[in-house]
Write a protein that binds this ligand. Sequence first.
Ligand code: BYC
Length: 325
Amino acid sequence: MTITEDTQHTGDGGWRERFDAMIAADERIEPRDDMPDDYRDTLVRQIAQHAHSEIIGMQPEANWITRAPSLKRKAVLLAKVQDEAGHGLYLYSAAETLGTSRAEMLDLLHEGRQKYSSIFNYPTLTWADVGVIGWLVDGAAITNQVPLCRCSYGPYARAMVRICKEESFHQRQGFEILHVLARGTPAQREMAQDAVNRWYWPSLMMFGPPDAESAHSDTSMAYGIKRFSNDELRQKFVDMIVPQAEALGLTLPDADLVWNERRGHYDFGEIDWSEFKQVLKGNGPCNRQRLERRRAAHADGAWVREAARAHAANRAARTREEATP
Ligand code: BYC
Protein backbone atom coordinates (compact mmCIF):
# COMPACT_ATOMS: atom_id res chain seq x y z
CA MET A 1 0.00 0.00 0.00
CA THR A 2 1.32 3.46 -0.78
CA ILE A 3 1.37 6.12 1.87
CA THR A 4 -2.32 6.98 1.76
CA GLU A 5 -3.68 10.47 1.41
CA ASP A 6 -5.48 9.79 4.68
CA THR A 7 -2.35 9.22 6.70
CA GLN A 8 -0.73 12.27 5.18
CA HIS A 9 -3.69 14.63 5.41
CA THR A 10 -5.04 13.69 8.80
CA GLY A 11 -1.59 14.32 10.17
CA ASP A 12 -1.51 10.78 11.54
CA GLY A 13 2.25 10.60 11.94
CA GLY A 14 1.72 7.23 13.58
CA TRP A 15 2.66 5.21 10.51
CA ARG A 16 6.24 6.48 10.57
CA GLU A 17 6.71 5.53 14.23
CA ARG A 18 5.21 2.12 13.53
CA PHE A 19 7.51 1.64 10.55
CA ASP A 20 10.63 2.69 12.51
CA ALA A 21 9.64 0.42 15.40
CA MET A 22 9.24 -2.53 13.03
CA ILE A 23 12.68 -1.89 11.50
CA ALA A 24 14.23 -1.54 14.97
CA ALA A 25 12.59 -4.80 16.10
CA ASP A 26 13.83 -6.53 12.91
CA GLU A 27 10.28 -7.30 11.83
CA ARG A 28 9.34 -7.74 8.17
CA ILE A 29 7.70 -4.89 6.29
CA GLU A 30 4.96 -6.17 3.98
CA PRO A 31 3.35 -4.55 0.90
CA ARG A 32 0.28 -3.54 2.96
CA ASP A 33 2.41 -1.50 5.39
CA ASP A 34 2.98 2.21 5.02
CA MET A 35 6.60 2.97 4.28
CA PRO A 36 8.75 6.04 3.63
CA ASP A 37 9.33 6.96 -0.02
CA ASP A 38 13.11 6.51 0.19
CA TYR A 39 12.63 2.97 1.55
CA ARG A 40 10.34 2.12 -1.37
CA ASP A 41 12.64 3.80 -3.92
CA THR A 42 15.76 2.07 -2.63
CA LEU A 43 14.05 -1.29 -2.78
CA VAL A 44 12.65 -0.79 -6.28
CA ARG A 45 16.08 0.36 -7.51
CA GLN A 46 17.95 -2.57 -5.95
CA ILE A 47 15.40 -5.30 -6.71
CA ALA A 48 14.96 -4.11 -10.31
CA GLN A 49 18.72 -4.03 -10.80
CA HIS A 50 18.93 -7.48 -9.33
CA ALA A 51 16.14 -8.81 -11.58
CA HIS A 52 17.76 -7.25 -14.64
CA SER A 53 21.07 -8.92 -13.70
CA GLU A 54 19.37 -12.29 -13.60
CA ILE A 55 17.89 -12.04 -17.07
CA ILE A 56 20.90 -10.34 -18.69
CA GLY A 57 23.06 -12.95 -16.92
CA MET A 58 21.39 -15.59 -19.07
CA GLN A 59 23.19 -14.29 -22.16
CA PRO A 60 26.86 -15.04 -21.44
CA GLU A 61 25.97 -18.53 -20.25
CA ALA A 62 23.47 -19.28 -23.01
CA ASN A 63 26.34 -18.55 -25.40
CA TRP A 64 27.67 -22.02 -24.51
CA ILE A 65 24.49 -24.11 -24.55
CA THR A 66 24.98 -25.28 -28.14
CA ARG A 67 28.67 -25.89 -27.56
CA ALA A 68 28.59 -27.65 -24.17
CA PRO A 69 31.09 -30.52 -24.26
CA SER A 70 28.58 -33.30 -23.46
CA LEU A 71 24.85 -33.97 -23.28
CA LYS A 72 25.02 -33.96 -19.48
CA ARG A 73 26.80 -30.58 -19.42
CA LYS A 74 24.26 -29.19 -21.88
CA ALA A 75 21.29 -30.38 -19.77
CA VAL A 76 22.80 -28.90 -16.59
CA LEU A 77 23.58 -25.58 -18.29
CA LEU A 78 20.08 -25.37 -19.79
CA ALA A 79 18.59 -25.91 -16.34
CA LYS A 80 20.86 -23.27 -14.84
CA VAL A 81 19.97 -20.66 -17.46
CA GLN A 82 16.28 -21.41 -16.91
CA ASP A 83 16.83 -20.95 -13.17
CA GLU A 84 18.18 -17.45 -13.86
CA ALA A 85 15.00 -16.61 -15.80
CA GLY A 86 13.00 -17.88 -12.82
CA HIS A 87 15.02 -15.69 -10.44
CA GLY A 88 14.21 -12.73 -12.65
CA LEU A 89 10.52 -13.56 -12.37
CA TYR A 90 10.55 -13.88 -8.56
CA LEU A 91 12.39 -10.57 -8.32
CA TYR A 92 10.21 -8.63 -10.75
CA SER A 93 7.20 -9.94 -8.81
CA ALA A 94 8.76 -8.80 -5.52
CA ALA A 95 9.40 -5.32 -6.98
CA GLU A 96 5.84 -5.15 -8.36
CA THR A 97 4.49 -5.39 -4.80
CA LEU A 98 6.03 -1.93 -4.34
CA GLY A 99 3.88 -0.44 -7.08
CA THR A 100 6.20 -0.50 -10.09
CA SER A 101 5.16 -2.78 -12.93
CA ARG A 102 7.46 -5.25 -14.64
CA ALA A 103 6.80 -3.49 -17.95
CA GLU A 104 8.00 -0.17 -16.47
CA MET A 105 11.15 -1.78 -15.07
CA LEU A 106 11.93 -3.45 -18.39
CA ASP A 107 11.45 -0.15 -20.21
CA LEU A 108 13.93 1.49 -17.82
CA LEU A 109 16.43 -1.31 -18.45
CA HIS A 110 16.04 -1.07 -22.21
CA GLU A 111 16.47 2.71 -22.10
CA GLY A 112 19.64 2.31 -20.04
CA ARG A 113 18.05 4.11 -17.05
CA GLN A 114 18.31 1.15 -14.67
CA LYS A 115 21.46 -0.87 -14.24
CA TYR A 116 22.33 -4.54 -14.22
CA SER A 117 25.41 -6.12 -12.70
CA SER A 118 28.71 -5.00 -14.23
CA ILE A 119 29.90 -8.61 -14.39
CA PHE A 120 27.68 -9.51 -17.33
CA ASN A 121 29.46 -7.09 -19.62
CA TYR A 122 32.39 -9.46 -19.97
CA PRO A 123 32.53 -12.12 -22.71
CA THR A 124 32.50 -15.88 -22.21
CA LEU A 125 35.35 -16.88 -24.50
CA THR A 126 35.78 -20.56 -23.61
CA TRP A 127 33.90 -23.41 -21.92
CA ALA A 128 35.98 -22.77 -18.78
CA ASP A 129 34.21 -19.40 -18.48
CA VAL A 130 30.99 -21.29 -17.75
CA GLY A 131 32.79 -22.97 -14.85
CA VAL A 132 34.18 -19.69 -13.58
CA ILE A 133 30.80 -17.96 -13.80
CA GLY A 134 29.41 -20.72 -11.59
CA TRP A 135 32.30 -20.69 -9.13
CA LEU A 136 33.19 -16.97 -8.88
CA VAL A 137 30.13 -15.10 -10.18
CA ASP A 138 27.54 -17.26 -8.46
CA GLY A 139 29.90 -17.46 -5.46
CA ALA A 140 29.95 -13.65 -5.24
CA ALA A 141 26.19 -13.56 -5.78
CA ILE A 142 25.62 -15.98 -2.89
CA THR A 143 27.93 -14.04 -0.58
CA ASN A 144 25.95 -10.91 -1.39
CA GLN A 145 22.54 -12.52 -1.36
CA VAL A 146 22.49 -14.79 1.69
CA PRO A 147 22.20 -11.72 3.97
CA LEU A 148 19.38 -10.46 1.72
CA CYS A 149 17.29 -13.43 2.97
CA ARG A 150 17.08 -11.34 6.16
CA CYS A 151 16.20 -8.15 4.31
CA SER A 152 13.54 -6.10 6.08
CA TYR A 153 11.16 -6.24 3.09
CA GLY A 154 9.22 -9.52 3.22
CA PRO A 155 8.66 -10.27 -0.49
CA TYR A 156 12.34 -9.63 -1.36
CA ALA A 157 13.59 -11.67 1.61
CA ARG A 158 11.34 -14.63 0.72
CA ALA A 159 12.37 -14.55 -2.95
CA MET A 160 16.00 -14.59 -1.86
CA VAL A 161 15.61 -17.79 0.17
CA ARG A 162 14.72 -19.79 -2.91
CA ILE A 163 17.21 -17.99 -5.14
CA CYS A 164 20.07 -18.70 -2.73
CA LYS A 165 19.27 -22.42 -2.66
CA GLU A 166 19.47 -22.54 -6.44
CA GLU A 167 22.60 -20.37 -6.54
CA SER A 168 24.37 -22.81 -4.21
CA PHE A 169 23.76 -25.56 -6.73
CA HIS A 170 25.00 -23.28 -9.51
CA GLN A 171 28.18 -22.55 -7.64
CA ARG A 172 28.91 -26.22 -7.10
CA GLN A 173 28.36 -27.10 -10.74
CA GLY A 174 30.80 -24.34 -11.73
CA PHE A 175 33.36 -25.55 -9.22
CA GLU A 176 32.97 -29.09 -10.53
CA ILE A 177 33.50 -27.99 -14.16
CA LEU A 178 36.74 -26.29 -13.12
CA HIS A 179 37.78 -29.24 -10.97
CA VAL A 180 37.54 -31.52 -14.00
CA LEU A 181 39.36 -29.06 -16.29
CA ALA A 182 42.10 -28.39 -13.73
CA ARG A 183 42.80 -32.12 -13.60
CA GLY A 184 42.51 -32.61 -17.36
CA THR A 185 45.04 -32.16 -20.15
CA PRO A 186 47.57 -29.29 -19.98
CA ALA A 187 45.43 -27.39 -22.51
CA GLN A 188 42.30 -27.80 -20.35
CA ARG A 189 44.19 -26.69 -17.28
CA GLU A 190 45.49 -23.66 -19.10
CA MET A 191 41.98 -22.83 -20.28
CA ALA A 192 40.70 -22.98 -16.68
CA GLN A 193 43.53 -20.76 -15.43
CA ASP A 194 42.98 -18.25 -18.23
CA ALA A 195 39.28 -18.00 -17.35
CA VAL A 196 40.09 -17.43 -13.66
CA ASN A 197 42.60 -14.75 -14.66
CA ARG A 198 39.95 -12.87 -16.66
CA TRP A 199 37.06 -13.13 -14.17
CA TYR A 200 38.76 -12.67 -10.78
CA TRP A 201 38.90 -8.85 -10.75
CA PRO A 202 35.46 -8.29 -12.31
CA SER A 203 33.98 -10.66 -9.70
CA LEU A 204 35.44 -8.48 -6.92
CA MET A 205 33.78 -5.46 -8.55
CA MET A 206 30.36 -7.12 -8.30
CA PHE A 207 30.10 -5.99 -4.66
CA GLY A 208 29.97 -2.37 -5.75
CA PRO A 209 32.18 0.65 -5.04
CA PRO A 210 34.28 0.92 -1.87
CA ASP A 211 32.22 1.80 1.22
CA ALA A 212 33.48 5.38 1.25
CA GLU A 213 32.03 5.89 -2.25
CA SER A 214 28.86 3.85 -1.91
CA ALA A 215 25.99 6.31 -2.33
CA HIS A 216 23.21 4.05 -1.06
CA SER A 217 24.82 1.91 1.63
CA ASP A 218 23.95 4.15 4.59
CA THR A 219 20.26 4.29 3.72
CA SER A 220 20.12 0.59 2.89
CA MET A 221 21.87 -0.43 6.11
CA ALA A 222 19.70 1.87 8.24
CA TYR A 223 16.59 0.30 6.72
CA GLY A 224 17.80 -3.28 7.16
CA ILE A 225 17.89 -3.88 3.39
CA LYS A 226 21.65 -4.43 3.25
CA ARG A 227 23.07 -6.17 6.33
CA PHE A 228 26.75 -5.85 5.42
CA SER A 229 28.68 -3.18 3.55
CA ASN A 230 30.15 -3.67 0.06
CA ASP A 231 33.70 -3.97 1.45
CA GLU A 232 32.69 -6.40 4.19
CA LEU A 233 31.07 -8.72 1.64
CA ARG A 234 34.00 -8.41 -0.76
CA GLN A 235 36.35 -9.45 2.06
CA LYS A 236 34.12 -12.39 2.98
CA PHE A 237 34.19 -13.51 -0.66
CA VAL A 238 37.98 -13.30 -0.95
CA ASP A 239 38.36 -15.27 2.29
CA MET A 240 36.06 -17.94 0.84
CA ILE A 241 37.65 -18.32 -2.59
CA VAL A 242 41.32 -18.47 -1.62
CA PRO A 243 41.13 -21.99 -0.11
CA GLN A 244 38.77 -23.04 -2.91
CA ALA A 245 41.34 -21.93 -5.53
CA GLU A 246 43.96 -23.95 -3.64
CA ALA A 247 41.69 -27.01 -3.72
CA LEU A 248 41.31 -26.53 -7.48
CA GLY A 249 45.06 -26.09 -7.92
CA LEU A 250 44.46 -22.79 -9.73
CA THR A 251 46.03 -19.41 -8.99
CA LEU A 252 44.18 -16.17 -8.33
CA PRO A 253 45.83 -13.38 -10.40
CA ASP A 254 46.58 -11.14 -7.45
CA ALA A 255 50.18 -10.65 -6.32
CA ASP A 256 49.03 -8.93 -3.10
CA LEU A 257 46.88 -11.79 -1.91
CA VAL A 258 48.28 -12.78 1.47
CA TRP A 259 46.90 -13.97 4.80
CA ASN A 260 46.92 -11.18 7.37
CA GLU A 261 47.27 -12.78 10.79
CA ARG A 262 46.41 -9.59 12.63
CA ARG A 263 43.19 -8.95 10.72
CA GLY A 264 42.26 -12.61 10.44
CA HIS A 265 41.54 -12.04 6.73
CA TYR A 266 43.29 -12.18 3.38
CA ASP A 267 44.72 -8.90 2.13
CA PHE A 268 44.15 -8.42 -1.57
CA GLY A 269 45.27 -6.05 -4.32
CA GLU A 270 43.89 -2.71 -5.40
CA ILE A 271 40.84 -2.97 -7.65
CA ASP A 272 40.92 -0.96 -10.88
CA TRP A 273 37.91 1.23 -10.15
CA SER A 274 38.35 3.14 -13.38
CA GLU A 275 37.49 -0.08 -15.24
CA PHE A 276 34.39 -0.52 -13.05
CA LYS A 277 33.27 3.04 -13.77
CA GLN A 278 33.77 2.57 -17.49
CA VAL A 279 31.69 -0.62 -17.46
CA LEU A 280 28.92 1.18 -15.52
CA LYS A 281 29.00 3.99 -18.09
CA GLY A 282 28.27 1.47 -20.83
CA ASN A 283 31.81 1.08 -22.10
CA GLY A 284 32.55 -2.50 -21.04
CA PRO A 285 33.45 -5.13 -23.64
CA CYS A 286 29.85 -6.36 -24.10
CA ASN A 287 27.52 -3.61 -22.79
CA ARG A 288 26.18 -2.71 -26.20
CA GLN A 289 25.71 -6.32 -27.29
CA ARG A 290 23.92 -7.30 -24.06
CA LEU A 291 21.39 -4.47 -24.28
CA GLU A 292 20.80 -4.94 -28.00
CA ARG A 293 20.17 -8.64 -27.49
CA ARG A 294 17.82 -7.91 -24.58
CA ARG A 295 15.83 -5.37 -26.57
CA ALA A 296 15.58 -7.80 -29.48
CA ALA A 297 14.41 -10.63 -27.17
CA HIS A 298 11.78 -8.31 -25.72
CA ALA A 299 10.55 -7.34 -29.19
CA ASP A 300 10.51 -11.02 -30.25
CA GLY A 301 8.30 -11.79 -27.26
CA ALA A 302 5.70 -9.12 -28.08
CA TRP A 303 3.31 -11.66 -29.61
CA VAL A 304 3.41 -13.75 -26.40
CA ARG A 305 2.44 -10.76 -24.27
CA GLU A 306 -0.28 -9.87 -26.75
CA ALA A 307 -1.63 -13.43 -26.76
CA ALA A 308 -1.56 -13.55 -22.95
CA ARG A 309 -3.52 -10.29 -22.76
CA ALA A 310 -6.11 -11.55 -25.28
CA HIS A 311 -6.44 -14.83 -23.34
CA ALA A 312 -6.90 -12.97 -20.04
CA ALA A 313 -9.55 -10.71 -21.63
CA ASN A 314 -11.41 -13.74 -23.06
CA ARG A 315 -11.38 -15.50 -19.73
CA ALA A 316 -12.60 -12.40 -17.92
CA ALA A 317 -15.44 -12.01 -20.47
CA ARG A 318 -16.40 -15.70 -20.03
CA THR A 319 -16.38 -15.36 -16.26
CA ARG A 320 -18.63 -12.28 -16.52
CA GLU A 321 -21.00 -14.12 -18.86
CA GLU A 322 -21.21 -17.12 -16.53
CA ALA A 323 -21.88 -14.82 -13.57
CA THR A 324 -24.75 -13.09 -15.38
CA PRO A 325 -28.03 -14.80 -14.37
N1 BYC B 1 27.18 -3.45 -11.25
O1 BYC B 1 25.72 2.87 -3.52
P1 BYC B 1 26.09 1.56 -4.13
C1 BYC B 1 23.40 -12.63 -10.11
C2 BYC B 1 25.77 0.79 -8.80
S1 BYC B 1 24.34 -11.29 -10.35
C3 BYC B 1 26.40 -2.46 -11.68
O2 BYC B 1 27.09 0.75 -3.40
P2 BYC B 1 24.00 -0.33 -3.58
C4 BYC B 1 23.58 -13.70 -11.10
C5 BYC B 1 24.58 0.93 -7.89
O3 BYC B 1 23.41 0.34 -8.42
C6 BYC B 1 24.35 -10.24 -9.04
N2 BYC B 1 26.08 -1.39 -10.91
O4 BYC B 1 24.76 0.75 -4.45
C7 BYC B 1 24.61 -14.62 -10.97
C8 BYC B 1 24.50 2.42 -7.75
O5 BYC B 1 23.95 2.97 -8.95
P3 BYC B 1 22.43 3.56 -9.04
C9 BYC B 1 23.21 -9.28 -9.00
C10 BYC B 1 26.57 -1.38 -9.65
O6 BYC B 1 22.74 -0.64 -4.29
C11 BYC B 1 24.83 -15.56 -11.99
C12 BYC B 1 25.96 2.85 -7.74
O7 BYC B 1 26.66 1.81 -8.40
N3 BYC B 1 22.99 -9.08 -7.63
O8 BYC B 1 22.68 -12.68 -9.19
O9 BYC B 1 23.91 0.07 -2.14
C13 BYC B 1 23.98 -15.64 -13.08
C14 BYC B 1 26.50 3.05 -6.34
O10 BYC B 1 26.61 1.80 -5.62
C15 BYC B 1 27.36 -2.41 -9.14
C16 BYC B 1 22.41 -8.03 -7.10
O11 BYC B 1 22.04 -7.10 -7.78
C17 BYC B 1 27.67 -3.48 -9.99
N4 BYC B 1 28.45 -4.49 -9.62
O12 BYC B 1 24.96 -1.61 -3.61
C18 BYC B 1 22.91 -14.73 -13.17
C19 BYC B 1 22.24 -8.10 -5.63
N5 BYC B 1 27.67 -2.12 -7.87
O13 BYC B 1 21.51 2.38 -8.72
C20 BYC B 1 22.72 -13.78 -12.17
C21 BYC B 1 21.42 -7.02 -5.08
C22 BYC B 1 27.10 -0.94 -7.60
O14 BYC B 1 22.34 4.65 -8.03
N6 BYC B 1 22.10 -5.74 -5.14
N7 BYC B 1 26.45 -0.48 -8.67
O15 BYC B 1 22.26 4.02 -10.46
C23 BYC B 1 22.92 -5.30 -4.17
O16 BYC B 1 23.22 -5.98 -3.21
C24 BYC B 1 23.43 -3.88 -4.29
O17 BYC B 1 22.60 -3.21 -5.19
C25 BYC B 1 24.92 -3.78 -4.72
C26 BYC B 1 25.27 -2.27 -4.80
C27 BYC B 1 25.81 -4.46 -3.72
C28 BYC B 1 25.13 -4.37 -6.10
